[in-house]
Design a protein around this ligand. Structure first.
Ligand code: FAD
Length: 388
């Protein structure tokens, strides 16, 4: 059994824990990252399709996503690693008045945060999404500064840079307990060792609640599962990541989204109308037929696309769909960066940088008023979803 001392221990080398290690090590802390998997980003990080946008509607998400975007877009120049960044923007086409009005109503908030996004007519959308079904197409929004990153390439590069900055990673090591001295964190116990530390970050993704329960914290994070797939590479034709907000005629899907990545592969995903709550990540037989129909209905030329593989992963959900980023008031030294929902990859670096600032300077990187929207103690009771 090893026993070593660290300034801070991060539970999870995923979308949030991995960049958190980088930012904290850069600022001089002795950092240990623990992950039960064999390498970085092997939890839900690798399930993400890599969509990265700042164009959200919630002020806290917009602010953190802008910081993430800055990190992703400058990563290669700053650290020398290709992370598969493709600046192709995001496009939300509108085929009915309700969706058109919803998209337009968000623009005021988005513009007030300086986001580059506008509503365009159908001709413009036809140009940026070649081959899009023109029947009833009314127009849509386009945000050219958004894009895509490879979650696998980013996890690997971030891990390498974080180590270069001094962070230590232990893989194949599962956290079993958190040691306390009354209301203070004093250490972490795993299946392979124990470590002393005054600070712990819970960045355990879908397992955030279980980690919380080790110290009697009831963290309202419950996973639900989503499926995705990727094609063989095809000739580049599609710049933006496209989000079709319409519910599917199939009766099974709400929105669906897809894009062409830096290698020419079409990568796609849908949101099931009835959510699959739980941790089952076995691929279903219905995903591919349903998503194929939706893709072909939207862009008929995709009918001959060859799919390489499909997979299923988890969204670590909170009841209100907003992540929890906070210092736990009742337990000194315990920090939470959890409940990243379906946007943990794109928000990961922004959340990680914010948390690093909170740990080191006692202040978040974003305005306190909007940061409080991410508080652990906020009121979730208005949301009907209940944790089992
Ligand atoms: C199909 C699909 C598509 C998606 N597409 C996108 C997208 O385009 N853009 C986007 O932003 N997001 C997307 N997401 C969501 C994104 O994948 C998640 O929000 C994000 O990965 C969550 O990050 P995390 O750091 O909280 O969790 P993770 O990345 O899962 O990291 C948590 C880590 O904690 C470790 N861990 C847990 N418990 C323990 C323990 N006891 N001991 C040691 N280690 C432990 C796990 O092994 C894991 O590596 C998608 C998700 C799915 C399923």
């Amino acid at each position: 059994m090893t026993k070593t001392s660290y300034d801070i221990v991060i539970i999870g080398a995923g979308s949030v824990g991995n960049p958190a290690a980088l930012f904290l090590a850069q600022r001089g802390l002795k950092v240990l990252v623990l992950d039960q998997h064999a390498g970085p980003g092997q939890g839900q990080n690798k399930a993400a399709i890599g969509g990265v946008r700042a164009t959200h509607s919630d002020p806290a998400k917009i602010s953190l996503a802008l910081n993430s975007l800055q990190h992703f877009t400058t990563f290669q120049d700053t650290y020398g690693y290709d992370i598969g960044w493709k600046k192709g923007g995001y496009c939300f086409p509108a085929y009915d008045d309700t969706i058109e009005q919803t998209l337009k109503s968000l623009l005021q908030t988005q513009h007030s945060y300086g986001l580059e996004i506008d509503y365009y007519d159908a001709d413009f959308i036809r140009q940026i999404v070649p081959g899009i079904n023109e029947e009833n197409l009314r127009g849509g929004t386009y945000s050219p500064g958004d894009g895509q990153v490879s979650p696998l390439m980013y996890a690997d590069a971030c891990w390498k840079v974080a180590q270069r900055e001094g962070a230590e990673y232990h893989f194949n090591e599962t956290v079993k307990a958190i040691s306390l001295d009354r209301d203070r964190v004093t250490g972490v116990v795993t299946d392979r060792g124990s470590y002393t530390t005054g600070m712990v970050i819970n960045a355990a993704g879908a397992a955030a609640r279980q980690i919380g329960l080790l110290t009697d914290l009831n963290i309202p994070v419950q996973p639900d599962s989503h499926e995705a797939g990727i094609s063989v590479p095809v000739k580049p034709f599609l710049d933006p990541l496209v989000v079709d907000l319409r519910p599917g005629a199939d009766g099974r899907t709400s929105n669906f989204y897809f894009g062409q990545n830096h290698e020419g592969q079409i990568i796609f995903c849908y949101t099931p109308r009835k959510l699959f709550v739980g941790e089952n990540i076995q691929s279903s037989s219905e995903f591919l037929p349903i998503i194929s129909r939706r893709l072909i209905d939207l862009i008929p030329a995709l009918q001959n696309l060859m799919v390489r593989r499909v997979w299923r992963g988890l969204y670590p959900m909170t009841p209100d769909g907003v992540m929890i980023v906070d210092e736990v008031q009742s337990l000194s030294g315990m920090y939470l960066a959890v409940g990243m929902c379906g946007q943990g990859f794109m928000l990961g670096p922004g959340v990680a940088e914010c948390l690093a600032n909170l740990v080191i300077e006692g202040e978040p990187t974003i305005d306190r008023d909007i940061f409080s929207d991410l508080s652990f103690s906020r009121d979730f009771s208005a949301h009907t979803e209940t944790l089992k």
